[in-house]
Design a protein around this ligand. Structure first.
Ligand code: IYR
Length: 235
């Protein structure tokens, strides 16, 4: 067990009462808090979704640490209903790309519908997905819809979409703040990911996240983010 991992192993004991422990983080002085918040806001605004990746390797431990950050996310009933599969093997990335492009071809040929295709046009996306093989790492995120007990009993998980969505948000933030670029890719349907990666039946693919450095000639759409005034209502 590495130093960064917790000493105590989590086990799925359903219904066990929680033991409370004191939580007394030192209160941050206001000036420090304001400075951190302003800096973080600037850093986060620099994040861009990247679709053109350099093939250079990334430090795997940075990705593992980002996944560990994601796994600190809050979750419904603290069920932590996520599995992150880190794929670096080029042959498996090739198989994922092949299957994703097969599905995307059908989607872009009309399965998405004209309204959806029109919404995507400004982004310039299509069925060709070089990022799946160019990026040196893929994180395939699975939701655990339920927990399968040793006796085969299914234990339902709650707020799985919300929990995994929050974890993925934290993952994207951690990757960005650690200097890596990422793309949240949602090939649809995603069943092929369970097959290629041999995941159990309680897991459902949620997203594929290529991770790497932007290509030397990377370009991103000239997007405008909503201003704070447009997204914040104060009452
Ligand atoms: N899954 C497709 C389509 C797609 C959908 C949305 I919403 C996007 O923001 C981008 C793409 C694809 O990955 O191309």
């Amino acid at each position: 067990m590495s130093e960064t991992e917790q000493q105590q192993e989590w086990t799925p004991i359903h219904g066990a009462p929680y033991r409370s422990v004191p939580y007394r983080p030192q209160r941050m002085p206001e000036a420090e808090s304001l400075a951190h918040a302003a800096e973080l806001r600037t850093r986060m605004d620099e994040r861009r979704t990247v679709r053109q990746f350099a093939t250079d390797p990334v430090p795997a431990q940075v990705v593992r640490d980002a996944i560990a950050c994601a796994a600190t996310a809050p979750s419904g009933a603290h069920q932590q209903p996520w599995t992150f599969v880190l794929v670096q093997d080029p042959e498996i990335r090739r198989r994922i790309r092949e299957a994703a492009e097969h599905e995307e071809q059908i989607s872009y040929d009309g399965r998405l519908g004209e309204e959806w295709l029109a919404a995507l046009r400004p982004l310039g996306t299509d069925e060709v997905k070089p990022h799946l093989t160019d990026a040196p790492a893929l994180i395939v995120v699975f939701q655990q819809r339920y927990w399968l007990g040793e006796d085969g009993t299914k234990h339902k998980h709650y707020y799985v979409d919300e929990s995994v969505g929050i974890a993925v948000g934290m993952l994207l933030s951690a990757l960005h703040l650690s200097g890596l670029a990422a793309l949240i890719h949602t090939p649809s349907p995603m069943r092929f990911l369970s097959q290629v990666l041999g995941r159990p039946e309680n897991e459902k693919a949620f997203a594929v996240i290529p991770v790497g450095y932007p290509a030397a000639d990377c370009e991103v759409p000239d997007l405008v983010r909503k201003s704070l005034d447009q997204v914040l209502v104060e009452v």
